[in-house]
Design a protein around this ligand. Sequence first.
Ligand SMILES: Nc1ncnc2c1ncn2[C@@H]1O[C@H](COP(=O)(O)OP(=O)(O)OP(=O)(O)O)[C@@H](O)[C@H]1O
Ligand SMILES: [Mg+2]
Length: 297
Amino acid sequence: MGKVIAIANQKGGVGKTTTAINLAASLAAIEHPTLLIDIDPQANCSSGVGINPRTVQKSTYEVLIGDISLEEAIQPTELPFLEVVPSHINLVGAEIEMIDVMERERILANALRRARRKYDFIIIDCPPSLGLLTLNALTAANSVLIPVQAEYFALEGLGQLLNTIKIVRQHLNPELEIEGVLLTMFDTRLRLSNQVAEEVRRYFGDRVFRTIVQRNVRLSEAPSFGRPVLLYDITSIGARNYMALAREIIQNNQRFLLPEPTTEAASTNGLSIPASGRSPSASSDATSLRQHPGRDA
Ligand SMILES: Nc1ncnc2c1ncn2[C@@H]1O[C@H](COP(=O)(O)OP(=O)(O)OP(=O)(O)O)[C@@H](O)[C@H]1O
Ligand SMILES: [Mg+2]
């Protein structure tokens, strides 16, 4: 089963979308089949991977109001291992349209049930609010990644987010974990950035990622070309930072990535032998990665 990570912080402009796009692209570049889901009506994530949200016919909006399945909305991107479910401005209305639906917080979780077998990672870009769209993401997710901008008032509002996570755990998704807190837009020249980093580490301890995303103009330019930064300037510091983040997340999630043992393998000395080996040579074959028989159990 793939790992579903929601990128959330109700504060605007902290780097959620930049992180969703570039983390997903980096995981895909390491040949992990990855799905990027845009549930923000601003649709910046969709345009950031080259999709024109104005012409999108099948988006998260149609999925959430129950018109189509999630599979029907999946589109390819320039990266072979990365697919996307784009958003549309209509999604603004979805929160209202969903109000009368039974189990309205679980719509995305239910829609994702089949798709999560096909991917190693599913990354959800949330809007800057703690409304029904973000609640759907937190209910569908295994974990939440919280980007925090290395700026004044970095921790402001995080109490509210942590409280929402607690409520989601109590009522909707007991398994929800914190994947980590990510420092973004870090300026190595500023003492302020270091002070914020210290404060965030004091508050969140080892839940802060080792990787820090620095302020890098390439990261802000890439979306206007509809490309993740690694396809825009692979040598940039932004590309390197997000690749490091992807590696850190892969490292932390080995248990999600190892295929479940087959019955035969499980009976061999009780050792868990991967059902369809993930050697570098095997992983160069997209088809073999997409069909982990052991993981569909
Ligand atoms: N590390 C970075 N270096 C330079 N610019 C960045 C970096 N991260 C994000 N930005 C820029 O900062 C702005 C806000 O980033 P982004 O859109 O990712 O935030 P967001 O949290 O998704 O915003 P919103 O809350 O509106 O959805 C964008 O213009 C983006 O290009
Ligand atoms: Mg955004």
